[in-house]
Design a protein around this ligand. Sequence first.
Ligand SMILES: NC(=O)c1ccc[n+]([C@@H]2O[C@H](COP(=O)([O-])OP(=O)(O)OC[C@H]3O[C@@H](n4cnc5c(N)ncnc54)[C@H](O)[C@@H]3O)[C@@H](O)[C@H]2O)c1
Length: 382
Amino acid sequence: MKKVNIAVVGLNFGANFAHCYRFHPNVGELTICDLNHDLVNQIGDRLGIRKRYFDLADVLNDPTIDAVHLLTNIPDHDKQSIAVLEADKHCACAVPMSINKDGIYNVINAQKKSGKKYMLMETIHFTRNYLYAQKMIDTGEIGHIQYIKGVHCQDMEGWPSYWKGLPPVFYASHAVAPAFVALKCDAKRVICFGTGKMREEMHKQYGNPYPVQMALYEMEDGTLAEVTRTLFYSARGFAEGFSICGDLAAFETGQINDDLPVVFKYRDNGIFDPDHIPGIGREILEQRISPPDRLDLLPMELYCFTNPHVRAGITDPSDTYLFQPGPSGGYHPHVVNAFIRYLTEEIEPFFNISNAARLTAACICAHESSMAGGKEIIIPKF
Ligand SMILES: NC(=O)c1ccc[n+]([C@@H]2O[C@H](COP(=O)([O-])OP(=O)(O)OC[C@H]3O[C@@H](n4cnc5c(N)ncnc54)[C@H](O)[C@@H]3O)[C@@H](O)[C@H]2O)c1
């Protein structure tokens, strides 16, 4: 069995991923790394991981490491990804790939030069919710997709300083990605507006005045995707949600993050004669469903990681991110497995370098549009 040696760099959100790599059957040696020594030792002791570094530079200098998963500060993602690729290692990176177009081009060039693999670790399409919706698309249950909506609401007050004043759409990939994955095509153009007010000092870091941005994308196949992203001063609870509406059925995530999603379906199952309309409106059935864990997509060793659990000495997971229960969670082992399968079986993930670049550009162009008062921006091809 082919094995790869992995380093996980950044151990806040990253700790749960380290846990999954630790038990993946195709992972040889696992290294953990963070600038915060206490965090490295705490996670290392709890997960039983012996190999520990305290700076990405040490990971890059270690020839035994094949691939690096970066879960570090957003503004450093592009430069650190380039450093990983230039060190002749495969690179997985948490979203966003970059927060400017030059950063995207530079990562692409580094990937081409190195010949190493790059994967953007977008998570939304590995949630229980999305995996269920994808099955409805694949089986034809949804029919022709008429429109898609994505929403990501999260208050980032008090989070690490790089979040302060970040243009919301710079981190809109969880809301934009459902359109890319469901339609299997890119975004062609975008118009976006900013709305709301936030305190003046928050405008400084990124020159962005908006706590909220709303974008409308035209996808390459002509379908529209609408995206709402809130980061500050918006009294709306956490949501990473989406809605995919077809001409036969629709899938919509719950109003509150852990609400069960709803499937809507024409009672006539699409067998409909427009010359004989039966009354006022075609009847639509509504059903809350409980999307299952897709264990069939995982190696057995990772089954337990779709839910909060106790394993390898972890008795109190409350001091780190929890594996998210509920319909919007369950993605951690799928994301890890997709990267490992890319490395060991050449199975290309959806967000390989080119789709990662297009998704990221779609987010950056939305900000450009909102700063120009909603001007149409054509999204570059890569
Ligand atoms: N669903 C998702 O996809 C999702 C969810 C949460 C966070 N994220 C992304 O994951 C990343 C991490 O999120 P977080 O909330 O843990 O961020 P964080 O800022 O709390 O943690 C980043 C960690 O990276 C470490 N780090 C930075 N530079 C380093 C270096 N050179 N060497 C070693 N360690 C270094 C820092 O010390 C810090 O502990 C962010 O980019 C965020 O955008 C994605």
